[in-house]
Design a protein. Structure first.
Length: 168
């Protein structure tokens, strides 16, 4: 004869499915906490890491933006770090023909994320070349001249948390 358990009476076979899922979540959270406490986070390890503004150069030739940089005091667990480089170019052009004048403002952005090796003394030196073209700055039949050009590069190290904004 098979007997059924009355509603509300716990089974002697262990936790229910919902309880097992709850225990699994708790175990995962505990494991993550222990890993952070034992290993530390990259930001905590590299609290003094920073980009050197004087060692940062940004240029743009109309097709490629080049960013050279240096980060110092890098102390992360491996021999490389991940750095994102974002470059934005803003251009203002004035085009004239007889009595007609056109004011054109264009902007474009490129982003690159790359791993860079860390040198023996905790220094990262790198150069990023980002394809970055801007069209529509010439108008047929008009004479156009650039009145304003600005280039902004934002560097961010994902492991150390170091950030630099460089404007020209």
């Amino acid at each position: 004869m098979i007997t059924r358990r009355p509603p509300g009476v716990p089974s002697d076979r262990g936790p229910s499915g919902a309880a097992r899922r709850g225990l699994a979540r708790l175990a995962a959270a505990a494991a993550t906490t222990v890993a952070l406490l034992l290993g530390g986070s990259g930001t905590a390890l590299a609290a003094t890491a920073h980009f050197v503004p004087e060692a940062t150069e940004v240029s743009w030739d109309g097709a490629v933006a080049t960013v050279s940089f240096q980060e110092v005091d890098v102390a992360v667990g491996g021999d490389a770090t991940t750095i994102s480089v974002k470059v934005t170019v803003d251009v203002r052009v004035v085009c004239t023909r007889d009595q007609s004048t056109l004011n054109i403002r264009k902007s474009t952005t490129a982003l690159e994320v790359t791993e860079y090796p860390i040198g023996d003394v905790g220094t990262v030196t790198g150069t990023a070349k980002l394809p970055l073209e801007l069209t529509g700055l010439q108008v047929p039949g008009y004479t156009c001249a650039t009145k304003h050009l600005s280039i902004t590069a934002v560097l961010e190290d994902f492991w150390t948390g170091a950030i630099l904004v460089h404007k020209t």
